[in-house]
Write a protein that binds this ligand. Structure first.
Ligand code: TLP
Length: 353
């Protein structure tokens, strides 16, 4: 792909930095299935330390991390309560049904942010007719709801009340570092009550591959077995963990640039006739725009943008997603806005000097 392409499809598209590539080349490795890869062991210990947990586990993907947690926490025939737009329901290939034998009990919440008040009526105990709840899951930041974040008190209440009902709570924290930056809170503060946390090294943090699970020693020991069932025992994975470690140490401090760029994009988009977006709702690095008042579908817009070197995905025929990351700078955002105006044949605003 040409260097001049502005790629807003996802924060998964970042290329490893020079520091990551160096760390990968120099990584000390061993067989991680024998727990002998020192670089993986250090990454797992460091993740556990940052999240103030007993243990961590390196997994190849966020999907494997989430599905491993669901498997550990549930048994077949149970329900998993989550928001309607949750990644575990929409983008994980029905794996909770296929692998854990559980059903999603989804709830629609404004901006993807659940509350105990919304969850409570869906929690089911033992019954002769209906499946029992096995797990509650929340996503922070919420991807398909536009990168929205949970107010810490709301998330804490969900976990406390779910625990009081005798159930565990898993956090899909693929972008928990983005949520932390938006809220001015450390990831440990936002996640300490959850039974398990998955976070991604390969999204905003920019590592080429990998996610982490953190939790109690007991949880991680079980998760290690499930990871192996899924074929996720990775042998000399230190070459990947080394890049993940650089991502974990270096990247959180620059995420605010991505958030500023996303807000900049949102403000520019809001001025383009036919596009609907509320810039005030863009608090992290993800934004959704409604294109229903243009004469084109999102997929057509996406194709036309791509022809001019700007990549952004249509999600539904009337909505598109844009995601900022370290491979897109302010000039790239300006270019994306300019190209979108061209594509929609809307003249640029006169610049008043
Ligand atoms: N999200 C991807 C796509 O799958 C949609 C993206 O481009 O945003 N949880 C959340 C909240 C995610 O957004 C993702 C990836 C995952 C889990 C899964 O991570 P991977 O792709 O590593 O399996």
């Amino acid at each position: 792909m040409s260097e001049s392409v502005v790629d807003l499809r996802s924060d998964t598209v970042t290329k490893p930095t020079a520091a990551m590539r160096r760390a990968m080349a120099e990584a000390e490795v061993g067989d991680d299935v024998y727990r002998e890869d020192p670089t993986v062991n250090r990454l797992e210990a460091r993740a556990a330390e940052i999240f103030e947990r007993e243990a961590g586990l390196f997994v190849p993907s966020g999907t494997m991390g989430n599905q491993t947690a669901i498997k550990v926490h549930t048994q077949p025939g149970r329900e998993v309560i989550c928001e309607e737009r949750a990644h575990i329901v929409n983008h994980e290939m029905a794996m909770m049904a296929a692998f854990s034998g559980v059903l999603a009990r989804t709830i629609r919440a404004e901006d993807g942010i659940l509350s105990w008040g919304l969850i409570a009526p869906q929690v089911r105990g033992r019954s002769d007719h209906r499946a029992r709840t096995g797990l509650v899951e929340i996503e922070n930041s919420s991807n398909l709801a536009g990168g929205s974040v949970y107010p810490p008190a709301v998330a804490d209440e969900i976990v406390d009340r779910t625990h009081a009902a005798g159930l565990p709570v898993h956090l899909d924290g693929a972008r928990i570092f983005n949520a932390g930056v938006a809220l001015g809170r450390r990831p440990a503060e936002l996640t300490r009550k959850f039974d398990s946390v998955m976070f991604c090294l390969s999204k905003g943090l920019g590592a080429p591959v990998g996610s982490m699970l953190v939790g109690s020693k007991e949880f991680i020991e079980e998760a290690r077995l499930v990871r192996k069932m899924l074929g996720g025992g990775m042998r000399q994975a230190g070459v990947l963990a080394a890049a993940g470690r650089v991502a974990l140490e270096d990247s959180p401090k620059r995420l605010h640039f991505d958030h500023d760029n996303a807000r900049f994009l949102a403000e520019g988009l809001a001025e383009i006739p036919g596009i609907q977006i509320d810039p005030a709702k863009v608090v992290t690095n993800i934004l959704f725009l409604d294109v229903s008042e243009t004469s084109l579908t999102s997929f057509e817009i996406s194709k036309r943008l791509a022809a001019k070197g700007v990549l952004a995905n249509g999600v539904t025929p009337t909505t598109m997603r844009m995601v900022t990351h370290y491979d897109v700078d302010r000039a790239g955002c300006e270019r994306a806005l300019m190209v979108l105006r061209e594509v929609l044949s809307v003249p640029a605003r006169a610049v008043v000097v």
